[in-house]
Design a protein around this ligand. Structure first.
Ligand code: ADP
Length: 393
């Protein structure tokens, strides 16, 4: 039995058919450039990728084509093969502290949350509507990026903003990447064989976020109302003085939309170096390039600030875990962070740090006071498992 996981973006549909029991990825694929003159689909089955260039008018046409590809290469998607469809949803607002079986009411709530996630929830919603109409006999489950952080303590979730304004516009810190932080922190507990842990998880991909997790519960996270706050990311600023917005508007004459685009798409590593890819930044840093050096220092400095403050908030730190593209692959970034955390009792073992693997692993020395781990994240598998939990399978 398998779960179809769908991550519908504004112009793309990412999908995976996974076996939630043994983690096997049966089929994976990506339909992109939906709505443009020419679209593209990569559909991978049994290690073979079929690539198609074709116009994809909308999400409905995209999903229809994807179902045809399943029919052509197998398996046919129906209740006999697919136990549930799990939909990734970025914003669950105050409504969802866990995944939810999608009915018209849940669909309506996701729609109501559009103002809080104008770039993401409309796309998820069209993915959900289309998938429900094309696969009506399979239960659909929404898995929210914010759910793991719904239980954040008030002091972590609350901005020091006028209370009435915050209430009226639902402004609080919702966090994001929750599915990954939950999955990875649970893996850490399982791997170490204990739950009573003060953990920091660093999810460093193109988007990046940190979380503090005590005994399995999130107590802090770096993303806020939206996934813009916090760490330095591929193309996002992370933390920045909000007055920069006023300054750019008043002095730079920029519109709100221009500033939004600048902060979300033209900043972070890309803004500092021209590339949002940490591999380029690392190469430049190793070669002594000035921009790359500044970018790397800013990136690592921000990580250190979060690790230090979360350690203070939790009153200690047992485990520090790296995950996602940069966290799993960049031994250089891990080494830099480790070196500078010596005062917290972190010691990274150079040899272990260089090991490449898809398995969870310890990279700290035996006498390191804080255990340092690398744990590959797997958001699709986490979504599939949450979907199974919700339908009670
Ligand atoms: P997303 O946030 O889009 O899911 P990923 O978690 O896949 O992204 O992370 C993508 C990032 O991982 C890229 O910016 C890339 O620079 C980085 N990355 C991948 N491999 C390496 C590597 N070997 N060294 C450093 N960074 C890497």
């Amino acid at each position: 039995m398998s779960v179809l996981v769908i991550n519908a973006g504004s112009s793309s549909i990412k999908y995976q058919l996974v076996n939630p029991d043994n983690s096997e990825v049966i089929v994976s694929g990506l339909a992109e450039r939906i709505g443009e003159e020419m679209g593209h689909i990569d559909h991978t089955h049994d290690g073979e990728t079929t690539s198609l260039d074709l116009p994809i008018a909308d999400h409905k046409a995209g999903l229809q084509k994807i179902l045809e590809l399943f029919d052509e290469f197998g398996p046919h998607l129906g209740p006999e093969t697919v136990r549930a469809v799990g939909h990734r949803v970025v914003q669950g607002g105050r409504y969802f502290d866990k995944a939810a079986l999608i009915d018209d009411e849940v669909q309506k709530l996701i729609e109501d949350l559009i103002p809080l996630a104008p770039l993401h929830n409309p796309a998820h919603l069209s993915g959900i509507k289309v998938a429900r109409s094309l696969l009506p006999d399979i239960p659909h489950v929404a898995v929210f990026d914010t759910a793991f952080f719904q239980g954040l303590p008030d002091e972590a979730a609350t901005y020091a903003l006028d209370r009435e304004v915050a209430e009226k516009y639902s402004i609080r810190r919702y966090g994001a990447h929750g599915t990954s932080h939950q999955y990875v922190s649970a893996k850490v507990a399982e791997f170490l064989g204990r739950d009573d842990l003060k953990q920091i998880v660093l999810h460093m991909g193109n988007g990046a976020s940190a979380s503090a997790v005590v005994n399995g519960h999130a107590v802090e996270t770096s993303m806020g109302l939206t996934p813009l706050e916090g760490l330095v990311m591929g193309t996002r600023t992370g933390d920045i003085d909000p007055a920069v917005v006023f300054h750019l508007a008043r002095v730079g004459g920029m519109s709100i939309d221009e500033i939004d685009t600048l902060f979300n798409r033209g900043s972070g590593l890309k803004g500092l170096t021209g590339s949002n890819d940490m591999r380029d930044v690392q190469d430049g840093y190793a070669a002594g390039d000035k921009d790359a050096t500044v970018a790397m220092e800013v990136y690592v400095h921000r990580l250190l600030k979060y690790i230090g403050s979360y350690t203070a908030v939790m009153g200690g730190l047992d485990v520090l875990t790296f995950t996602a593209g940069v966290g799993e692959n960049s031994s250089a970034v891990r080494a830099l962070v480790g070196e500078r955390l010596a005062s917290l009792g972190v010691k990274i073992d150079e040899e272990k740090n260089e090991v490449r693997s898809r398995e969870p692993r310890v990279i700290s020395t035996d006498d390191s006071r804080v255990k340092v781990l690398v744990v590959p994240t797997n958001e699709e598998l986490a979504i599939a498992r949450q979907a199974m939990d919700i339908i009670g399978a």
